[in-house]
Write a protein that binds this ligand. Structure first.
Ligand SMILES: *Cc1c(COP(=O)(O)O)cnc(C)c1O
Length: 398
């Protein structure tokens, strides 16, 4: 692409088969959102009115009573938690994260305490919430949650993610039933979910989505749900929400992305992604030590990814060395490798420009041919990789 801004900025032209990652620039923003962002940037608007318009669109798409746009899903979690602690008390809102009530405990199942790039429990703590972990990593029973609820309980947070433990925990319907029996509001982190309605339908009081993931909007968070609670979360913009604000461009961009979502050819997108997976499977099938499996999304989003399992004895390279080689190459291919110690990574077809799927297939073939031709097995000890994991971050900006 000759008009690619990245070469002008001196940035590597990465190809993203990892997913909607903040560290890679999230997603390809849809043209409708780009147009809305350009149109509103030079204009003054009354931002709360713009948020009122956003509320109507968010309500229509989510089935919630109201909604607003903030900086990110992570911000939305903090604002929603803050709402349950302060209500509409403007002085309490200014005082956060100091709290003048002891009703600030926030329940989270232990198996939901994940990192999405930062710890979910921190998003609760910066809002003045005191995190109460419920159950154990791989088991929450009803009695765990029932006994965790006290007069001090302000809210309960439920995380939907491929990172959470996927067995032995309470599902959202049970979680809501137990919380609501004692009037505890439920906040759902649904950052990376396609289904904009189901969590509110299942009884959540607030559901929060990322604007910059599947929706293809600008970097933002969408808070949707029960009107009074959404209002109390919105009021946090006079407090901790200030540092998490969405400007006019993000609000207008998300509105446009939501409207585009309503009319998007979801089946067409799916077909295109399936054709990418087929192409990669063809490129990998029959190669020694490589198994390519097409698998559904773990949280039931309507998409599939390819699991590439690499047996180093036959492929002459480990999964993580292959991942690193692809990322170092030209162009750099960034795969989904957060479980790579299990000797596989994934290829995510959701964030590609047309034609990039062929480059991915070609680079996979090149690296595998090269490894196969080498006399030694390319196998960096995993410990070395983990030891150096944060080196680049820790020497940034150098
Ligand atoms: C991506 C993600 C987040 C963070 O979303 P941001 O909008 O980038 O803050 C939070 N929770 C889950 C489950 C996620 O997948």
């Amino acid at each position: 692409m000759s008009d690619d801004i990245r070469s002008a900025l001196g940035l590597r032209p990465v190809i993203n088969v990892s997913g909607t990652m903040t560290s890679l620039g999230a997603s390809i923003v849809v043209p409708e959102a780009i147009a809305a962002i350009s149109a509103i940037l030079p204009q003054f608007v009354e931002v709360n009115d713009l948020q009122r318009k956003a509320s109507a669109i968010i309500a229509r798409l989510t089935g919630g009573e109201a909604g607003f746009v903030t900086a990110s899903c992570s911000a939305g979690i903090s604002l929603a938690v803050a709402a349950t602690i302060t209500g509409n008390d403007l002085l309490a809102i200014e005082k956060l994260p100091d709290v003048s009530t002891d009703k600030n405990e926030v329940l989270v199942q232990m198996g939901h305490v994940v990192s999405y790039g930062a710890p979910v429990d921190q998003a609760i703590r910066i809002a003045g919430g005191k995190v109460v972990f419920v159950g154990q990593a791989t088991s929450t029973h009803r009695y765990h949650m029932e006994n965790a609820i006290t007069d001090r309980t302000a809210a309960a947070v439920f995380v939907v993610s491929h990172h959470v433990v996927d067995y032995g925990l309470l599902n959202l319907i049970e979680f809501v039933e137990i919380a609501h029996a004692k009037d505890v509001p439920v906040i759902v982190d649904a950052a990376s979910e396609y289904d904009l309605r189901i969590f509110l339908e299942q009884g959540a009081d607030i559901a929060i989505y990322s604007g910059h993931k599947f929706l293809g909007g600008p970097t933002s968070g969408i808070v949707a749900g029960q009107k009074e609670l959404v209002r109390h979360a919105f009021l946090q913009n006079m407090g901790i929400g200030r540092g998490m604000k969405a400007g006019k461009e993000s609000i207008a961009g998300v509105m446009a992305a939501l409207e585009a979502w309503e009319t998007r050819d979801h089946e067409g997108v799916r077909e295109r992604e399936t054709s990418y997976l087929q192409l990669w499977k063809q490129a990998l099938d029959g190669r020694p030590g490589v198994t390519a499996l097409i698998e559904p999304d773990p949280t039931n989003n309507p998409l599939e990814r390819m699991r590439v399992i690499v047996a180093p004895q036959e492929a002459h390279i480990t999964a993580w060395d292959l991942s690193d080689a692809l990322a170092r190459g030209n162009p750099p291919i960034i795969v989904r490798d957060h479980e790579v110690e299990h000797r596989y990574f994934y290829l995510d077809p959701c964030n590609l420009h047309p034609g990039q799927e062929k480059v991915v297939a070609q680079r996979l073939a090149e690296e595998l041919d090269k490894a196969r031709a080498s006399n030694e097995i390319i196998a960096t000890p995993l410990e070395n990789r983990s030891r150096h994991r944060f080196d680049a971050a820790l020497r940034w900006p150098d």
